[in-house]
Design a protein around this ligand. Structure first.
Ligand code: NAP
Length: 332
């Protein structure tokens, strides 16, 4: 912020044809920020699938433009009207309506309700927290759901789909760190498959290598599943999960519908667990971020790249083309 209270951000506008255009603006005024108890000077944000939708006018994510996307931010409290945080505190902001219908983290400053922030835990640098971002928090929620299912067998392989995406790559790294065998499924060919092995996947498959059958249940293969793509393939994941196993579902790049018989649920006790990163209570958010800073801490530098505000448009295109790999952090 300069003496004239101006700040820079990636602002998305919609033209009269309904087409969205994102541009870096250096002339935004502090009084344009939405209301909230905390004014935060942002250090880093990151680019998620949902940001790509927001930046291109998806009404399921953002209805009002001009808009600043960015569902993640880490930074320092510059001013506080809340007893929860004081100026100088470092906080992570994810979830709720942040970056959706409330201006988000692709900006040097944000203003938010205090309950949207959690303290940056000791053991996690601001950059590391945004290498994780909502993708890492979501991966950790899925891993937590798989680990906390008491009835699951415990040591069978965990399957991760959409393996080169941000959520999936972090899930692979977390599971490998926790000593769990991982099978990854990716549509991509080439060197990225070696990268998935280096990250901790013991086996890397293509969707074509999976069995197709009309049978209501197939051979038990996975003790847990981190499914990031949804769609019809979810039926296969449910019917190949071992007795007591947990299938988590968080994304829908491959579709929002699937069908299944009830047999895997009533004969094998398989659970289908939905992961919602946006509306977790503060206690659970703090617990999960605490794990990510300590016993689940992993070095994600090898799967991350960094851009400035002017690199957001290119990254959004890559994500929407399904060609993006890993995580991209935005440095403010
Ligand atoms: N529920 C929640 O709270 C929550 C939180 C965060 C993210 N999400 C969702 O989780 C999903 C993953 O997020 P992300 O940030 O990891 O996204 P991402 O980095 O864009 O990764 C998505 C991955 O899905 C695969 N994919 C993309 N398009 C596909 C298609 N048409 N058919 C099949 N596979 C496709 C690709 O993997 P391969 O090329 O390797 O197959 C891609 O790398 C997104 O749908 C996102 O909206 C949900």
């Amino acid at each position: 912020m300069t003496a004239t209270n101006r700040f820079s951000a990636y602002l998305v506008s919609k033209d009269e044809n309904g087409t969205c255009h994102g541009e870096v603006r250096t002339d935004l005024a502090m009084d344009q920020l939405p209301p909230g108890e905390l004014l935060i000077r942002v250090e880093y944000s990151s680019i998620n699938f949902k940001d790509a939708l927001s930046a291109t006018g998806n009404p399921g994510v953002t209805k009002q433009y001009p808009h600043i996307p960015g569902i993640d931010a880490v930074g320092t409290v510059a001013a506080s009207d809340s007893g929860l945080f004081a100026p100088g505190d470092r906080v992570i902001v994810t979830g709720y309506r942040f970056g959706m219908d409330h201006w988000g983290g692709f900006a040097q400053y944000i203003r938010i309700p205090a309950e949207w922030a959690v303290p940056l835990p000791a053991g996690l640098s601001p950059l590391e927290s945004m290498r994780l971002g909502t993708a890492g928090f979501t991966a950790a929620l899925a891993v937590d759901a798989i680990l906390s299912q008491e009835r699951q067998r415990g040591d069978g392989p965990v399957l991760v789909t959409g393996a080169t995406g941000g959520v999936a790559m972090i899930a692979i790294a977390l599971l490998a760190k926790l000593g769990r065998p991982v099978t990854a499924i990716t549509r991509k060919e080439g060197a990225v498959r070696g990268r998935l092995r280096q990250l901790g996947a013991q086996e890397v498959l293509t969707p074509e290598q999976l069995e197709t059958s009309d049978k209501p249940m197939l051979k038990e293969r996975w003790s847990g599943v981190v499914d990031t793509i949804g769609g019809a393939g979810l039926e296969y994941l449910v019917k190949t999960t071992a007795a007591g196993g947990v299938v988590t579902t968080c994304g829908m790049a491959a579709g929002s519908r699937f069908s299944s018989s009830v047999f895997p649920f009533i004969l094998r006790g398989v659970s289908l667990v939905g992961i919602d990163s946006a509306a977790q209570p503060t206690g659970k958010r703090t617990r999960i971020w605490g794990h990510l800073a300590t016993d689940w801490h992993t070095d994600l530098e090898r799967i991350c790249s960094e851009v400035a505000l002017d690199g957001i448009t290119g990254c959004v295109r890559e994500i929407l083309a399904g060609a993006h790999i890993g995580r991209t952090v935005v440095k403010l």
